[in-house]
Design a protein around this ligand. Structure first.
Ligand code: ATP
Ligand code: MG
Length: 577
């Protein structure tokens, strides 16, 4: 078979975490001819940053070992699943840089084999049809401290169970009338081994199998067998499945299967100031707290993509986070630093003014326009140059002017000089104010001898500010995004925090829309999805789908400097351990 391909992702050298060590040891010991992994999302929502870690791990270790990785949709619960999610998952994984080749599978592909395995267990006296209600089954299960009790149907003859199971499949019974259970041990200290349900009756149309089935397999059963059928060598999952491993192994021990995968657990990725639960993310959408799965504030792959995060930054983040068994909270700054590091080298620079203040150059002819030359990146000559129109009236940032400025203010102030980026040195000579005393225009003179790039123009002033030509600027909407939640652990997930409702902690300032921004003209015509640095302001992406030349819309990807470090410090969060 073909080796897994992983786009650019495979070129990164991965640190050897405990899982990679196990795999290296297994290969060295000759336990496997090749490595086979899988990423098995349930299509009941969009993938999020936690899944990024699982995707990079599974596709990553396969690629590093010339192995194979399956993308398997774990579609055993038709009530919660949707083809739209199946499509989005594939799109997201591909965008992240991974390729499953011909290894796209579904748990539902195996419904016949799963059913045959169930019959095999019944025939061997290792499974039975229980006729207790769901509620009674729960009561019989016992608790962490009390053993469970046997169902009165537990010793039902094999033939009777076989007959009932066949009739369950044939649709003779109502939902919940019977269930198929493994016969293991109702007194097992591990509750997962107390005769777990393998199949339940559920009259629901499945997005792939339609009405062919009215019984559906439970997750643990379907997952183990799917792994074995695909010849998975290492079944990598998150720690909450640790207690399920004995059941995983029980299935492997008690069924005739073509392979014996090994389950290995690693800790979930928890990211500060956000949540990683499809169910809770779906709730935010239902309640209208965010605009959808791809809202740029969402920790979903679709949201981060629209936010302008490059896929390489997400892969790098996953690499830096690493793989361990420790439960920890990763700082948002760790993710944003990866985004900054990537964009710093790849994003072109441009100028935009978000809070505009008019500057009039009183000694510059009103009918004149010059084309100044600006480089697109300070140290990537390949990104080229562009021309910037310059004229008598400019927009600058309100914050770059101060009427009563302290001595250390090196931007524009009455009587003071400042350099316009790629342009001239200007001096503030006069102010125009409105009735309320607010400065509405700053009048300056420009020094024609100081045009940037001209020889002899190197006269130094302390400050340089960005600007756009008022006659040429494009008016834009700029969306400033901030963290979605105002506390580091909105769902109180990490052990020492009390459980609280995550919806109480939404950050009311998570989206600020600036409608009156001005952009240099080149920014209006950039393709949607392009990411640029607005000099001195941050990285911004032309929104998909809202940006167009006649109405530019940009989203802030990330600020230039780490605005999180302080916040996280204040919240008393230690960095990752
Ligand atoms: P959710 O609670 O968001 O629904 P899930 O674990 O139920 O998450 P699945 O679709 O079942 O979501 O997950 C697919 C794979 O991704 C699983 O192997 C799971 O262990 C892994 N995964 C899910 N969340 C995380 C996370 N936060 N960190 C690392 N891996 C994760
Ligand atoms: Mg799940």
């Amino acid at each position: 078979m073909v080796a897994a391909t992983v786009g650019e992702a495979g070129s990164m050298s991965e640190p050897r975490d405990f899982i990679r060590q196990i795999i290296a040891d297994d290969l060295a010991a000759g336990r496997h001819a090749g490595i086979v992994t899988r990423f098995p999302p349930e299509p009941n929502g969009y993938l999020h940053i936690g899944h990024v870690k699982a995707i990079c791990l599974n596709f990553g270790v396969a690629a590093e070992n010339a192995g194979r990785c399956f993308l398997r949709l774990d579609d055993t619960n038709p009530l919660k699943e949707d083809q739209a999610f199946v499509d989005a998952i594939q799109d997201n994984v591909r965008w992240l840089g991974f390729d499953w080749g011909d290894r796209l599978t579904h748990a539902s592909d195996y419904f016949e084999q799963l059913h045959a395995c169930a019959v095999e267990l019944v025939q061997a006296g290792k499974a039975y049809v229980d006729s207790l209600s769901q509620e009674q089954i729960r009561e019989h299960r016992g608790t962490l401290t009390a053993p469970g009790r046997n169902s009165p149907y537990r010793d039902r003859p094999v033939a009777e169970s076989l007959d009932l199971f066949a009739r369950m499949r044939a649709g003779e019974f109502a939902d919940g009338a019977h269930a198929l259970r493994a016969k293991i041990d109702m007194a097992a200290p591990n509750i997962n081994l107390r005769d777990p349900v393998l199949y339940r009756i559920r009259r629901a149309s499945h997005q792939r199998t339609g009405d062919a089935w009215c019984i559906y397999p439970m997750y643990d059963f379907a997952h183990t067998i799917s792994d074995a059928l695909e010849g998975i060598t290492h079944s990598l999952c998150t720690l909450e499945f640790e207690d399920h491993r004995p059941l995983y192994e029980w299935f492997l021990d008690n069924l005739k299967l073509p392979a014996r995968p090994r389950q290995i657990e690693f800790s979930r990725l928890n990211l500060a100031f956000t949540i990683t639960s499809k169910r809770k993310l779906a709730e935010l959408i239902q309640l209208g707290k965010v605009a959808g799965w791809d809202d740029p504030r969402m920790p979903t792959i679709a949201g981060m993509r629209r936010r302008g995060y490059p896929p390489a930054a997400l892969r790098e983040f996953s690499r830096r986070v690493g793989v361990t068994k420790k439960d920890h909270l990763i700082q948002m700054s760790a993710l944003e630093n990866c985004v900054r590091d990537e964009l710093n080298t790849t994003a072109s620079r441009a100028m935009a003014v978000l809070k505009p203040l008019k500057v009039v150059l009183t000694n510059y002819p009103a009918d004149r326009t010059e084309q100044l030359v600006a480089i697109n990146h300070p140290d990537q000559p390949a990104l080229g140059e562009r021309s910037l129109p310059f004229g008598r009236e400019l927009w600058i940032e309100q914050d770059d002017f101060m009427e009563n400025a302290p001595g250390k203010f090196f931007r524009l102030k009455p009587g003071g000089e400042v350099r316009l980026r790629y342009g001239y040195i200007i001096r503030c000579v006069d102010l125009v104010k409105d009735a309320a005393g607010e400065v509405t225009e700053v009048h300056c003179t420009y020094d024609p001898e100081t045009r940037s790039g001209l020889s002899g123009a190197e006269r130094k002033v302390k400050g340089t500010i960005h600007w756009v030509s008022a006659a040429h600027a494009a008016r834009a909407e700029v969306r400033l995004y901030d963290r979605l939640f105002s506390v580091p652990r909105p769902d109180g997930k990490v052990a020492d925090e009390p459980q609280s409702d995550f919806k109480d902690h939404l950050n009311p300032g998570s989206l600020q829309v600036v409608t009156g921004a001005w952009l240099e003209p080149s920014l209006a015509t950039l393709a949607p999805g392009s990411v640029v640095q607005f000099e001195r302001l941050g990285y911004f992406v032309a929104d998909v789908p809202d940006h167009r030349p006649s109405r530019p819309v940009y989203n802030r990807v990330v600020t230039l400097r780490d605005s999180w470090a302080k916040l996280e410090e204040a919240a008393g969060e230690a960095g990752r351990d």
